[in-house]
Write a protein that binds this ligand. Structure first.
Ligand SMILES: Cc1cc2nc3c(=O)[nH]c(=O)nc-3n(C[C@H](O)[C@H](O)[C@H](O)COP(=O)(O)OP(=O)(O)OC[C@H]3O[C@@H](n4cnc5c(N)ncnc54)[C@H](O)[C@@H]3O)c2cc1C
Length: 470
């Protein structure tokens, strides 16, 4: 049985050390900067725990994202579960618990990657997966290094290690039960102090999360900023101020190769992409739906250029969907002979390129369709309720067939999705959360079909020479 939303929220009241704007946050479930988003995450747990969606989301008492897929059909079933949770936040909660769950399932599919001459973390990786799955725990991860003061070992003890330093960017970390700390980018061979991965509870002594601005707190109301107000998943810098990590929570240790291999030689990263590609497809569906509603509300929907712009967006939705379906259809067996499968690597890796480039373009296209209307809205919905101002607002903000309240509701949602600070963060998220372009573009040169491409071009060249006649 998975945890209910209420049980999840109870777990967050653990004395964790979260800082925002010079304030130590006592309880993220009640603080106005976090509580509505915490409730949104709780709503996901309830969908899995007991709702008409439970059979899609859960199998054998655990969320499907924790299952190690054994077949194409398993991948499809898992994607259907991803889709239900993605739709619940219209794609704006990127780090729903199924994200790291899918990564943990990736570790469990190839635990041998954690066994090296330096350290044997295989049993720990399996235990990590089991702990998350059985407790339906919400795990975040910080595997990106800040420019300085990166997490490193400062003391080896008989019972574990003490670590100090920072990691970035802890998306959703303030709402998580555990944080996996690691390093996905290659480290220098001599960088063994920093070559480690471990998972700790968020309330571990010495662990601090320094939050960015809360868009949730800035939101005036749900009517005014419907997404910021409820789906601000937060990003926080993780600081380990001499954090003790018991050995059983250490996955890789002083091992440059295994610290990277746990992402690339297990299916963990490909599982991440499968989840996030499904969410990305859902988010584009939502944004395209907004574009259609805005064009209709503006009375421009039948103009040929507007129709064509909608067509382009619908094409983008199909492209995002196609990457998910193609990654599943091109499934590959997981090395190691345990019978697991993973989404196809070539297509999965390419999804990162497509999505990072497509998202900002789609946002620009919709803003172009929307025009000035998404900016020209009253400061808040309170203007609609004011006895003197309300009738004026209702009169001057309506369009034919669209009462002012409906239109303002739509326009405010659109601005929150496309133009607000929250929206700006989402654009940066879609561009970077899967890594930086110089990394994933270079990776595609070996993961992509370079040989086939070259062979075809070479076949054409080989088919003629100076003496060839037509
Ligand atoms: C909103 C958001 C949420 C995120 N959430 C998480 C999370 O939950 N967990 C986590 O671990 N990480 C997270 N990340 C971090 C993300 O993985 C990194 O931002 C990403 O890997 C890029 O690393 P960086 O930010 O250090 O950029 P850099 O590597 O500093 O790159 C910055 C820019 O410089 C370019 N550049 C840098 N070096 C080179 C080079 N040698 N050659 C050419 N170009 C170069 C890059 O292509 C990029 O355009 C998140 C990021 C964002 C924006």
């Amino acid at each position: 049985m998975t945890r209910s939303g209420r049980e999840y929220l109870e777990g967050l009241r653990d004395g964790r050390e979260i800082w925002l704007d010079g304030e130590r946050i006592k309880d993220v479930t009640t603080h106005p900067a976090f509580r509505a988003t915490a409730a949104s995450f709780a709503g996901l747990h309830d969908l899995a725990h007991d709702s008409p969606h439970t059979p899609v989301l859960v199998q054998g008492g655990v969320h499907r994202a924790y299952a190690v897929p054994r077949s194409y059909e398993d991948l499809v079933a898992r994607r259907k579960a991803y889709k239900v949770w993605a739709e619940a936040s219209y794609g704006f909660l990127g780090r729903t618990p199924d994200y790291m769950a899918s990564g943990a399932a990736g570790f469990a599919a190839a635990p041998e990657v954690f066994t090296t001459d330096c350290f044997d973390g295989a049993e720990h990786a399996l235990a990590y997966h089991r702990r998350l799955a059985e407790g339906s725990l919400h795990a975040a991860f910080t595997i990106t290094d800040p420019a300085a003061e990166r997490v490193q070992v400062v003391e080896d003890r008989a019972d574990g290690i003490v670590v100090r330093g920072a990691k970035t960017i802890g998306t959703g970390a303030v709402f998580a039960d555990e944080i996996l700390v690691g390093a996905i980018e290659p480290l220098a061979p001599e960088d063994t102090e920093r070559a480690l991965s471990f998972s700790v509870r968020v309330d571990t002594p010495g662990l601090k999360l320094i939050s960015r601005t809360s868009y949730e707190r800035r939101a005036r109301s749900v009517f005014d900023q419907p997404l910021s107000a409820r789906y601000d998943e937060n990003d926080a810098l993780l600081v380990c101020d001499d954090v003790f990590v018991p050995w059983e929570r250490v996955l890789t240790y002083r091992d440059v190769a295994a610290t990277a291999a746990m992402w690339w030689q297990t299916p963990a990263y490909l599982n991440f992409v499968h989840q996030s590609a499904t969410r990305f497809w859902t988010k584009l569906e939502f944004l395209t739906g907004l574009a259609i509603l805005i064009a209709r509300s503006n009375g421009t929907d039948e103009l040929p250029p507007v129709t064509q712009a909608i067509g382009r967006l619908l094409g983008a939705v199909a492209q995002a969907k196609a990457f998910v379906l193609a990654a599943e259809a091109s499934w590959e067996p997981v090395d190691g002979g345990r019978g697991g499968v993973r989404p196809g690597q070539e297509i999965s890796f390419a999804q990162r390129i497509m999505a990072g480039e497509l998202y900002p373009r789609a946002v620009q296209d919709i803003k172009l369709l929307a025009g000035g209307a998404i900016v020209q809205t009253p400061a808040s919905g309170r203007d609609l309720l004011h006895p003197e101002l309300g009738p004026l607002v209702r009169q001057y903000f309506r369009t034919p067939g669209h009462p002012a309240e409906d239109r303002l509701k739509l326009l405010k949602l659109a601005w929150d999705a496309l133009g607000s600070e929250f929206a700006g963060r989402h654009e940066q998220y879609e561009r970077f959360y899967q890594g930086a372009p110089h990394v994933y573009l270079t990776m595609q040169t070996w993961a992509g079909a370079a040989d086939d491409c070259e062979r075809l071009a070479q076949a054409c060249l080989d088919g003629y020479d100076l003496g060839t006649t037509r």
